[in-house]
Design a protein around this ligand. Structure first.
Ligand code: URA
Length: 489
C-alpha cells in the first residue's frame, strides 16, 4: 500500500554517472517501497556539481523490498549497457518482480529476453576489452608507464578495471576510452573522465613485439576470415599494432588454407557410445553459463566464452576452447592454456605446442586432423612482476571444467583420447594417475572410451640436460607413433 501522506507526482532521479548503479539501486528501492509506478519516474544522468537533488521518498518504516536474489547481479551487468532506456527498464523489471518472483525464469517474457540480450552484449564487450586492449609504452625509467586507447560499445571500464589490475599489477597503466578512463599507479586504481583518441600514444616499442608475436602464432589453416572478423571486429583493428598485418595474412592464407582443408577427411567418424562421465557427479556451478543446446562444437565453443563455472575466468583473457575437425578420431587433452594460448585464444600454440607439433609431425600424425583441447579452459597464473607464471589447476577447477570436456567428447565421438600429463588423466579418468609410471598404457573407461596415457610435452621443455632431453623426446615420439596406430584401430 502506498503511504497516504506520500504525494504521487512524477519523480526525477538524478544519477551521478552512466554507471551509478548504487544510486539507481537506492532510488529504485525507495520508489518501489513507496509504490511509485515505473511510468511516474524519469531517470537522468548529470555528473558533478550541476546535479540537482533527486526527489526521493524515504523508505517507509519496517518496509522491506523482496526480489529474487540473483536479480541484482543481472541488473548490475545490464546496467552497463549503452541503451539510454535501461534505468527505466530495470526499474520496470524490479516492479514486476515484486509480484512475479519467477519472472526471470520465463525465457519467453519480453522483459526477461531483453535483460538477457543486454547482459550478453555487456559480457561480449568485456571479452573484447580483455582481448584487444593494447598498451603502448611511454616514458623511461621512473616515468615508464603504459597507455591504451579502447572504444567499448558499452559502459564497461569500471566493471573490467580490476581485471587489468590483476593482470598487470606490476605496471603503471592507464586505459583511455571515450566515456571514462582507468588509471593504475601500481597501488591504487582511479576511475576518471573520458578522453579523446589523440590523448593516447599510437606508437612504441611493444608494437613490434605484438606484431612479431602475431606473425608467429599465425597459422593459415586456422584462419577463418568470417570468424576472425566476428571475433575481432574491424573497429578494433585500428588500435591493434598487429592489425596492419591482417590484410596480407588473410590474402596469403587463402590458398594455403584451401590446400590444408582439402586434406581433412569429410566422412563422419564411426558412432561410439555416448562419452559421458560417470566417474564424477555432475558439477552444478553457482553461475551456469549460457550453454544452450549446443549441437556443434562451434556452438559449444561460443557458449564456453561466457563460462563462469569456476573463478579462473576472471583473470584470464579468454576461454581457450579445443580446436580441430568435428569428426576427429582422436582428442588430445592437455592441462590448461599457457600465457601465449591465453592471448591467442587457441590451445597449444606456445612453446609446449611447438614441441608437440614437431613431434606429432615426426610421428606422421597430422595435427589438422586431430582435435586438441585442455582439461581446463582458462589460464591459471600468478602475476610476478610483468610476467604471468603458470599455476597448476586444482581438483575443483578440473572438475568444473570437465563439463565442457564431456561435451566436446559427446559431439566429436572420437575412438581414442590421449591424456597429456597428470591433469588430463585426472580429468578423463576421474582419479589421480601416476602418468610417468603408466605412460604408454591404454585404460578403457566404463563408457568404452580408450584413454592413452603419456606425459605433457612441457615436461620435455623443462629438461636441461641435452642428452636427457633428447631421450625424453624420443620416448614421446614413440608414444605418438603408438597413438597413430591406435587411431587406426
Ligand atoms: N599446455 C597445455 O596443457 N595446454 C596448452 O594449450 C598449452 C600448454
Amino acid at each position: 500500500m502506498r503511504p497516504a501522506e506520500f504525494d504521487l507526482t512524477r519523480h526525477t532521479v538524478w544519477l551521478e554517472s552512466q554507471t551509478d548503479f548504487a544510486g539507481w539501486r537506492d532510488a529504485a528501492r525507495r520508489l518501489a517501497l513507496n509504490e511509485v509506478r515505473p511510468e511516474d519516474v524519469s531517470w537522468r544522468v548529470v555528473a558533478g556539481l550541476d546535479r540537482p537533488p533527486s526527489d526521493l521518498p524515504d523508505v517507509p518504516q519496517g518496509a522491506e523490498l523482496i526480489v529474487p536474489r540473483d536479480f541484482i547481479g543481472h541488473a548490475e551487468t545490464a546496467f552497463c549497457h549503452s541503451d539510454p532506456g535501461r534505468f527505466a527498464f530495470l526499474y520496470r523489471l524490479l516492479w514486476r518482480l515484486r509480484i512475479e518472483p519467477k519472472l526471470l525464469a520465463i525465457a519467453s517474457d519480453p522483459d526477461t529476453k531483453r535483460l538477457e540480450t543486454m547482459e550478453k552484449a555487456v559480457r561480449r564487450d568485456s571479452h573484447k576489452m580483455h582481448a584487444f586492449v593494447r598498451f603502448r609504452k611511454i616514458g623511461v625509467g621512473e616515468d615508464e608507464r603504459y597507455v591504451a586507447w579502447f572504444e567499448p560499445d558499452h559502459f564497461i571500464v569500471e566493471r573490467n578495471a580490476d581485471f587489468f589490475v590483476r593482470r598487470f599489477t606490476g605496471m603503471r597503466w592507464t586505459i583511455l576510452t571515450p566515456y571514462a578512463s582507468a588509471d593504475w599507479d601500481g597501488e591504487r586504481l582511479a576511475i576518471g573522465p573520458g578522453a579523446a583518441k589523440g590523448d593516447a600514444p599510437d606508437k612504441d616499442d611493444t608494437e613490434t613485439l605484438w606484431r612479431t608475436y602475431f606473425e608467429n602464432i599465425f597459422n593459415p589453416a586456422r584462419l577463418k576470415v568470417k570468424a576472425m572478423q566476428k571475433e575481432m571486429p574491424k573497429k578494433y583493428w585500428r588500435n591493434l599494432p598487429e592489425a596492419s598485418l591482417i590484410p596480407d595474412l588473410i590474402a596469403g592464407a587463402d590458398k594455403a588454407a584451401r590446400d590444408m582443408i582439402a586434406k581433412i577427411p569429410t566422412t563422419p567418424a564411426p558412432h561410439h557410445a555416448k562419452v559421458q562421465a560417470r566417474h564424477w557427479p555432475k558439477h552444478q556451478p553457482a553461475e551456469t553459463p549460457d550453454d544452450g543446446d549446443a549441437h556443434t562444437v562451434s556452438e559449444l565453443r561460443e557458449a564456453a566464452k561466457g563460462c563462469r563455472r569456476c573463478p579462473l575466468w576472471r583473470d584470464a583473457t579468454q576461454t581457450v576452447f579445443g580446436e580441430g575437425p568435428d569428426n576427429a578420431k582422436v582428442i588430445f587433452v592437455g592441462e590448461q592454456p599457457g600465457d601465449q594460448e591465453d592471448l591467442a585464444g587457441q590451445p597449444f600454440v606456445g612453446p609446449a605446442g611447438k614441441v608437440f607439433d614437431a613431434i606429432l609431425d615426426d610421428a606422421g600424425v597430422d595435427r589438422l586432423k586431430v582435435y586438441v583441447t585442455n582439461a581446463v579452459k582458462h589460464f591459471k597464473f600468478e602475476p610476478r612482476g610483468k610476467r604471468r607464471i603458470h599455476s597448476k589447476p586444482n581438483v575443483g577447477e578440473v572438475q568444473a571444467c570437465r563439463w565442457w570436456l564431456d561435451h566436446e567428447f559427446e559431439l566429436i565421438k572420437p575412438n581414442l583420447a590421449v591424456a597429456l600429463g597428470a591433469t588430463a588423466a585426472l580429468s578423463l579418468l576421474g582419479k589421480a594417475i601416476p602418468v610417468t609410471k603408466m605412460r604408454g598404457q591404454v585404460i578403457e573407461r566404463e563408457d568404452g572410451l580408450r584413454v592413452f596415457l603419456t606425459i605433457h610435452p612441457s615436461f620435455i621443455l623443462r629438461i636441461r640436460d641435452h642428452a636427457d632431453k633428447e631421450a625424453e623426446r624420443e620416448r614421446f615420439l614413440q608414444d605418438m607413433k603408438q597413438v597413430k596406430k591406435l587411431m587406426a584401430a
